[in-house]
Write a protein that binds this ligand. Structure first.
Ligand code: 2NL
Length: 357
């Protein structure tokens, strides 16, 4: 029995892994293992022999079991030590650069403006950027000889040789969307149309693609008074001021009659814009009562319905609010340029964040 003990304790001490230990356990203590065979032999012994051999066998069994447990534990410790040695991280290495993506300021301002009008019951409408001559010009009472229609000012789409139809254009304003909405939904109608527009113009204050938001409200008793209230609410909300003076200046657009350009009272103290106070006036948009011919073009009876409409440049009102002096800032993909101008909401890329301040 001492030989057996020496043999197993030696084998267990040399076992290299868990499966080797398990093999040894079966070999020694399993049903057909060496100890079991000896246990079975107890029956054939004399009572005296059994009395000394029984406890000795049990003790051997216990010793083998605890040797197995001890060996398993030390193999586990070794495995852990090996993992600790090989799987290490150098936490002092510099971190990888984070990609900093944000919603573009133009998109943020567009969302912000849209949300303000949505609160007043305006629905958002969108439409194609490549438009027909009809929707972009004729339906808006812009005559064939109008300078806006000149090749100089408008991007015309290429036509195949022999195609003599009026060429399509890159829309020069979002008004075509409003004509399409009149046709699709009729009156009453309250919509806001944000989007890209195109004009063949390129200098410090003009880019060939820019952004506009137009709005209109059509119903049986709409007047300039409704226009004034809506615009006042918009300006207060957008520029985050409690009160504002608006100045309506008579103007002319082919699609409105009467037409007015709208200025807001402001000051430019130390080069920064303050809305609502001061002795300066800042033009922010054009507006008017929708021309009867335009209502008719949209399938709405001008004897039954009137409406106001307005349009403003998103790029421009974004520059005013965030103090960005150069239009290039928007079309440089380098956001550092915008951060330089304190475009704080770049860090809060949500509509809520933009509005709650
Ligand atoms: C401006 C002036 C304006 C409109 C846009 C409009 C649209 C329809 C009918 C009548 Cl469908 N009017 N839009 C009206 C007045 C002015 O924009 O200076 N935009 C930057």
């Amino acid at each position: 029995m001492d030989d057996l003990k020496a043999k197993y304790l030696g084998l267990i001490a040399d076992a290299g892994d868990e499966s080797a230990i398990e093999d040894l356990r079966v070999q020694a203590l399993g049903k057909k293992g060496e100890i079991a065979l000896l246990m079975r032999g107890l029956g054939a012994m004399s009572p005296e022999e059994r009395q000394s051999a029984g406890p000795a066998l049990n003790a051997l069994k216990d010793e083998i079991n605890s040797a197995i447990a001890a060996r398993k534990a030390s193999l586990g410790d070794a495995a852990l030590a090996e993992r600790l040695r090989s799987e290490w991280l150098d936490v002092t290495l510099p971190a990888r650069d984070r990609r900093s993506g944000t919603i573009h300021p133009i998109s943020q301002v567009s969302d912000e403006v849209t949300a303000i009008f949505a609160d007043m019951g305006f629905a958002v409408a969108e439409g194609p950027q490549v438009e027909s001559d009809w929707y972009n010009f004729d339906a808006l009472n812009i005559p064939g000889h109008h300078p806006a229609r000149a090749e100089m000012d408008t991007f015309y789409m290429h036509r195949l040789a022999g195609d003599n139809r009026a060429p399509s254009v890159l829309r020069t304003h979002t008004s075509p969307v409003q004509i399409r909405s009149m046709e699709a939904h009729g009156a009453p109608l309250r919509i806001i149309c944000p989007g890209r527009v195109y004009r063949a113009d390129y200098d410090q204050t003009h880019t060939p693609m820019f952004h506009q938001v137009e709005g209109l409200a059509i119903d049986r008793n709409i007047s300039m008074a409704n226009l004034k209230w809506v615009l006042e609410e918009f300006v207060k909300s957008y520029f985050e001021v409690d009160s504002v003076d608006l100045r309506f200046r008579a103007s002319h657009f082919p699609f409105t009659e009467p037409s007015a350009e709208v200025d807001i009272r402001c000051s430019w103290e130390g080069g920064t814009l303050k809305v609502g106070e001061g002795d300066d006036w800042l033009e922010i948009l054009g507006s008017g009562m929708i021309h009867p011919k335009v209502l008719k073009a949209g399938g709405i009876d001008p004897d039954q319905y009137q409406g106001f409409a307005f349009g403003m440049g998103i790029d421009r009102i974004a520059m005013l609010k965030y103090g960005i002096p150069d239009l290039r800032a928007f079309f440089d993909s380098d956001l550092r340029w915008l951060r330089h101008y304190g475009f704080a909401s770049l860090d809060v890329p949500t509509l809520q964040g933009g509005l709650s301040r």
